[in-house]
Design a protein around this ligand. Structure first.
Ligand code: NAD
Length: 488
């Protein structure tokens, strides 16, 4: 490990307190809960377990801070965000250590996530200065029509554990860039990367109350964030089940909503694909973060003519993957987040085996025990298996066989999700045909890893609403106001 837990705490990067109204505080009743390293299941820290009362105070602080923050110039907000990004760039190794400690992913992946988060913050620092209005040709001779964009107000942000830093960067940065203030609730499994936003705000001179971070009881904090009328927008990344709950809970106060939810991504490999590229990209897209990625492939549809060869090459490569603690050199796959995650993966594999799936490699808990699972490839997967319908969220590549193009498309679309999809082909006409036919918010064509601040990230169907990143990612934090200026 590059830096010890004690050092991270002594240097002030790993905070065991909540950040409300510019103060580092505990729960009202002093309650805390323990955070563990998923690779070792050893305690790494205690953070406050707060509920509705503390959340209400954080919302009030954000509401007060909104009055002046929303009046700052775009250049001022951009400067603060640039500073926040710079602190991350300057401390990539330190922050990556903290991420691997609480989340488990290999250190190189943690570093990449931290850098991606800083890239998003930088992107929205730049976007802050492009929140333009419009002057529209008027139907009246004596009137001017003006359209302005204004910050929506206090934002409630709830985030998952799989990308605990970068998922929040696409919420915090556009909110601040737009002139909004925010109350953050990170996942209970990875609170330290969420609390880091309090530290970054403080260090970058963002005024007290603009950024607040509370940790603890998801239902209680989420209940307050969604029912409190002062919160004007909820931005959520997590499971479809919780997303739908928050959607319903937000109805009475008519909030703006962004929902980045679950996926069940298909990858279609056509007979004419560049197989080396398809295998290399399949590995990157599937096994990153131990397969705990909302956009990672859950279902591989491989055309008849290359099915056996693709399966052989993929299996060969997967067999070489080194599994272990994310701090060990050369480790490509870390642990899963907890025992529940291992059980779900195991259940999917067992179900596939029972229904005729053929294990080509892996297929069981790893010899390291605890939260480790073997990188797995299963052939002869069929639509009746659990893995065809549910997000496995683990290191399992499931290979389905198809014959004709339309069959592959129909199978890929046979899900209530529509976040990411991928396909591999060298045929130009097919590229456009298939891209048009796939029901998905994002499509990787001959590419397995597609996330970047420049592009709009988000899904259709049960995968959510709204887009994060790109020039569109700030829209959800803005209201449009129409001014009809008469008497000219
Ligand atoms: P989750 O839905 O269990 O938890 C997400 C967050 O919601 C956590 O902070 C949790 O504490 C909170 N929460 C749980 N119950 C709540 C409640 N009743 N009220 C309010 N908040 C509550 O999801 P997870 O297990 O942390 O993350 C994995 C899921 O996230 C997967 O389904 C994955 O596909 C999805 N995900 C989607 C994207 C995307 O951009 N679409 C990105 C990453 C992860």
């Amino acid at each position: 490990m590059t830096m010890s837990i004690e050092q991270l705490k002594a240097d002030g990067w790993m905070k065991e307190a909540n950040y409300i109204a510019g103060e580092w505080v505990g729960a009202d009743d002093g309650r805390t809960y323990a955070v563990e390293n998923p690779a070792t299941e050893i305690w790494i820290g205690d953070v406050p377990w707060v509920g509705a009362a503390e959340t209400r105070r954080a919302i009030d602080a954000a509401q007060s801070a909104f009055v002046s923050w929303s009046q700052t110039t775009a250049a001022e907000r951009a400067a603060r965000l640039h500073q926040m990004a710079q602190i991350v760039y300057d401390n990539l190794d330190t922050f990556a250590t903290m991420l691997t400690l609480e989340q488990g992913k290999p250190l190189a992946e943690a570093r990449a996530e931290m850098k991606l988060g800083a890239d998003y913050i930088q992107w929205f620092a730049e976007e802050a200065r492009r929140i333009n209005g419009e002057i529209v040709p008027s139907p009246w001779k004596d009137r001017q029509i003006l359209v302005t964009r204004e910050p929506v107000g206090v934002v409630g942000a709830i985030s998952p554990w799989n990308f605990p830093f970068s998922m929040l960067s696409r919420k915090v940065a556009p909110a601040l860039a737009a002139g909004c203030t925010i109350v953050i609730k990170p996942s209970e499994f990875t609170p330290f990367c969420g609390l880091l936003y309090g530290i970054l705000a403080e260090e970058a001179g963002v005024p007290a109350g603009v950024v607040n971070v509370v940790t603890g009881d998801g239902a209680a904090v989420g209940g307050e964030l969604t029912s409190n009328a002062k919160v004007r927008k909820i931005t959520f990344t997590g499971s479809t089940r919780v997303g739908k709950l928050l959607y319903r809970q937000s109805a009475d106060t008519m909030k703006k909503l962004s929902m980045e939810l679950g996926g069940n991504a298909p990858t279609i490999v056509f007979d004419d694909a560049d197989l080396d590229l398809a295998v290399e990209q399949a590995i990157a897209g599937k096994f990153r973060n131990s397969g705990q990625t909302c956009v990672c492939t859950n279902r591989f549809y491989v055309q008849d003519g290359i099915y056996d060869e693709f399966a052989r090459r993929l299996t060969e490569r997967v067999k070489q993957m080194k599994v272990g603690n994310g701090f060990e050199a050369g480790v490509e796959q870390g642990p899963l987040i907890n025992h529940a995650a291992v059980k779900k993966v195991e259940a999917h594999v067992e179900d596939a085996k029972a229904r005729g799936g053929r294990i080509l490699t892996g297929g069981q808990r790893h010899a390291l025990g605890a939260t480790f699972f073997e990188p797995t490839v299963i052939a002869d997967v069929t639509p009746d298996m659990l893995i065809a319908h549910e997000e496995t969220f683990g290191p399992v590549a499931a290979l389905f066989r198809f014959r004709h193009e339309q069959e592959g498309i129909d199978a890929a679309n046979a899900t209530e999700f529509g976040l990411a999809a991928y396909f591999f082909t060298r045929d130009l006409a097919r590229t456009f045909r298939v891209a048009r036919a796939i029901e998905s918010g994002m499509i990787g064509i001959n590419a397995g890893v597609i996330t970047t601040p420049e592009a709009p990230f988000g899904g259709v169907k049960d995968s959510g609403i709204g887009r994060e990143g790109s020039s569109h990612g700030i829209e959800d934090y803005l209201h449009i106001k129409y001014l009809s200026l008469g008497g000219l």
